[in-house]
Ligand binder design. Structure first.
Ligand code: SF4
Ligand code: SF4
Length: 448
């Protein structure tokens, strides 16, 4: 295929459903996807598995089914877009592309439901979104009660009753929203003496608003390795939550803003601490921008220079070996977008195993989806809980006291999974354990 034809194909599947025909034709209905699809694993229904969704997509393309038929709609959104099926497919069907094309076509046909339209519109206006998040954080004690020393919260009654069907009952644990987001806590440039390099930190919204301490830990690790960190204030949401709902126009607008913000930083690399953000930069932006005369080359440039913090520390630079002891038994969950999108798997483990005092315990099926899938957990709570229960059981079997991962959305889901299974454990970003080791090393040096 010529480069021009390849670009045309990439662009068109977001605009033209027929462009996924070749992908559909690759499926030989072998059923290998059954072994790894978390939705099928939970529901055990043929209609839940990838090959059935592909058969429905074929019927839509052939005009035998309508895209907005209620059963087709339910099939479309009964999927975590987790990429698991793609890792076990002998003919390498790009199912994510099929699913995103179908959802985009649905939005072209019927528009977005009003609630999604309203939420996604605010994402395009970061100041408005930021104000909303702060107001929400200030008001949260009215609707939520504090849990786990204020680090988590659970809905109060009567909100718990209203949200019951979405898993927002009184048992639901969520991370507390901060009134002081990460990008406000930190200066736009974190300087260090004798900097060897400067990198741009793409925080994403989850680290910014829900886990700012993990973001601070990531910055402190870079500083400990003599890296100057730029945190462009003009960055906004990576767009993944919008893309999976088919709002291609909004995600393109967010991508352009983010590319502009990173261009202005003058940095060499983008560092992420969230698998979904990194996956957006590495894979989604080049595809979304492929037909854009101004942004296609820029998106490709940054795709090749975006690293998860673990890969940056272990492959781009040689990180300073940590010396402080962290006496914890730790396991690690592979986030879908980090492992199946960014292909990051061994690097976080290498970091953890090199922390003095830390005992690493691998869980069974560490790359099995946790059941989050962005809003999937709200719209398909029972299925998500069933997927989450399996993950919680696998974690419990390790005997680990701490669960680490590399994605804020997984952190949220794991916290709720473990709590509901009566297994409250510390859930952390793996970078926080490395930061802790460096901190203890510094404290010991000061004492001596
Ligand atoms: S594993 Fe691939 S080829 Fe086989 S049924 Fe699933 S999607 Fe089709
Ligand atoms: S993307 Fe995930 S949930 Fe969707 S069909 Fe594939 S394996 Fe199943």
């Amino acid at each position: 295929m010529s480069t021009e034809a390849a670009i045309k194909e990439k662009v068109s599947y977001f605009e033209e459903l027929e462009a996924i025909r070749a992908e559909l034709d690759k499926c030989m209905k072998c059923g290998n996807c059954m072994a790894v699809c978390p939705v099928y694993g939970a529901e055990k229904l043929e209609t839940s598995v990838t090959r059935s969704k592909i058969a429905v997509a074929e019927a839509v393309l052939d005009g035998q089914l309508e895209l907005d038929d209620p059963q087709v709609y339910e099939m479309l959104f009964n999927c975590l877009v987790c990429k698991s099926c793609m890792s076990n497919c002998p003919t390498q069907v790009n199912f994510e592309r099929i699913m995103l094309a179908l959802r985009a076509a649905l939005v072209r046909k019927n528009g977005l439901p009003w609630l999604k339209k309203m939420i996604f519109a605010t994402l395009k206006h970061p100041k408005l979104f930021d104000a909303g998040m702060r107001i929400g954080a200030a008001m949260q004690p009215l609707a939520f009660r504090g849990e786990q020393d204020g680090r988590a919260m659970a809905p109060r009654s009567p909100f718990a009753l209203v949200g019951k069907g979405m898993g927002m009952d009184g048992e639901r644990l969520l991370p507390s929203t901060t009134t002081k987001p990460l990008r406000e806590r930190m200066p736009e440039v974190v300087t260090v003496q004798d900097a060897t390099m400067k990198v741009a930190f793409f925080t994403g919204d989850s680290l910014n608003y829900f886990y700012p301490e993990a973001g601070e830990d990531l910055i402190s690790v870079l500083s400990a390795n003599n890296i100057e960190v730029h945190i462009p204030k003009e960055q906004s949401c990576c767009g993944t939550p919008v893309l999976v709902h088919g709002d291609v126009a909004t995600v393109r607008s967010l991508a352009r803003k983010n590319i502009d913000a990173m261009d202005k930083s003058g940095c060499t690399y983008i560092i992420t601490g969230c698998g979904s953000c990194g996956n957006a930069w590495q894979h989604d932006y080049p595809e979304l921008m492929a037909g854009d005369l101004v942004y296609a080359a820029k998106a490709q440039y940054w795709a090749e220079r975006t690293y998860d913090i673990s890969t940056f520390l272990t492959r781009v630079i040689t990180m300073r070996p940590p010396q402080g002891r962290v006496e914890q038994v730790v396991t690690y969950h592979d986030p879908c977008h980090l492992k199946k999108g960014m292909r990051v798997c061994s690097e976080p483990r290498d970091i953890l195993k090199n922390i003095p005092g830390l005992t690493f315990k691998e869980m069974k099926a560490p790359d099995a989806c946790c059941g989050s899938g962005g809003s999937f957990v709200l719209t398909h709570y029972e299925t998500a809980a069933s997927i989450g229960k399996k993950k919680a059981d696998d974690i419990a079997q390790t005997g680990a006291e701490t669960v680490s991962t590399g994605c804020p959305a997984c952190m949220m889901q794991l916290m709720d999974n473990m709590h509901r299974c009566g297994q409250d454990k510390e859930i952390v970003h793996y970078i926080s354990l490395l930061a802790e080791s460096y901190r203890r090393e510094n404290e010991a040096t000061k004492k001596n």
